[in-house]
Design a binder for this molecule. Sequence first.
Ligand code: NAD
Length: 480
Amino acid sequence: MQIQDMLIGGEAVAAVGGTSFAVTAPATGEVLAQVPRAGATDVDRAVKAAGRGFEAWFRLRPAEREAALLRAAELVAAEGQARFLDTLIDESGSTIAKARGEIAYTVDLLRTAAGEARRLYGETFPNDDPRRMSLVIREPLGVVGVVSPYNAPLSLLTKMCAFPLAAGNSLVIKPSEETPLTAIAFGRLLLDAGVPAEAISVVTGFGSECGAELVNHPGVRCIALTGSTNTGIAVGQAGLSKMRRMQLELGGKSALLVLRDADPQQAAKIAAQGIFTHSGQICMANSRIVVAREIYQPFIAALKSEAEALYLGDLRDERTAYGPLINGRAVEKVLEHVHEAVAGGAEVLTGGEILHGLVVKPTVLLNPPRTSRAWREESFGPVASVVAADDLEQAIEIANDSDYGLSAAVLTNNIQWGLHAARRIASGAVHIGMHAFQSNALAPIGGVGLSGMGRSGGHYSTEEFTEVKWISVDVGSLPR
Ligand code: NAD
């Protein structure tokens, strides 16, 4: 059995209490490693190290922080396959294509973030009193607690870490208990790239234990959490009670609108990619599909064919479309959502059951009740719900009948219809002519409603992970 240490202040360490937990491969059930089950003392050590690390990291010149992040990008480009590919496949149940995609996006994110190190822009503003001059400078926050999810354990973690680092913050990372091995490997890579040892710690453990300790630790200035909405609310309340800065990227229930001029075959192909990628374990997955009644029948026939044509084999087989859900609880939740919708009158167009192990068949539900969990809540599985709409206004109304608002998409060739819908849908992003699962290192990713608060990516992250300070100077009387 491989025993994997966590990283505190640059050192590979076990938990002070000596406890550990098993990391299991969702595809095979094999125990991959034991990792430390960190508690209060471990978190305290990590936050104190990060406090010292902050001084060392922020004192570097912007060009030096940029260089370290660029070295990290080049290390991932050169060694990413060796360092991360197998771990991503085994630990998170990623297909080989998804794992490669994460590695490539990680390079892009690190390069993009590196440039941000030089862009801590401030400003001046005019003052009616000619003796006064005002400057606004931008400073890093200090120690940022990064609490990450399991579904994209490398690229999402990179996004959550690279931008706050670029701005001069130090980090204590608490990865998902499902995917700590990828996070430890990522922490090592940052150290290899030259980030000061104390500026990065990775503490492994459970959310209710070391996660909660991190959120409540007085040395943490900001919490960046990507996770489910329930976790976000709990963490948000704890953080707010201590006036932490909070950046919360939470769940979604994204709508895909298929307007009447769309080609049903093409639309079904796009819709299938948008929901079935990584078994639907994607926050932006378009799990609600609203189709113009004129093309409803050909669209659902094409979507059924797309779903049933997906090849679900070995994760290392290039043809495999997706793999298992992360654990048994995730499978139970997905099936509960399906059964409840069916009991409420939904029709199962295809799927609705386990293929084997933790792999759920691609599932399409027709007309689930708008009160059902399959329609209202995040199933986080390969389940699309489809309803028809009479016109664009009704499609927009259905899309907006949600507590979430992370991403949305509109399939149409009519740019006016597309833009009209984009402006009316309450969502952090709306994509026209593509599905709802889109990433870009410069884009402001984040949601409205229960999908969270704050934005990450490019300069939006720089704004989230810095504080502005007003400095005013009495420059004295003007020379006569
Ligand atoms: P989760 O909420 O179960 O866990 C996320 C992280 O929070 C984990 O590290 C967990 O240990 C930690 N945590 C749990 N309870 C905690 C507590 N009380 N205090 C501190 N930390 C705690 O989420 P998950 O199941 O790992 O990930 C899937 C969820 O993440 C989905 O809801 C998905 O939509 C969301 N997600 C959102 C985005 C986005 O960009 N908005 C991206 C990816 C995933």
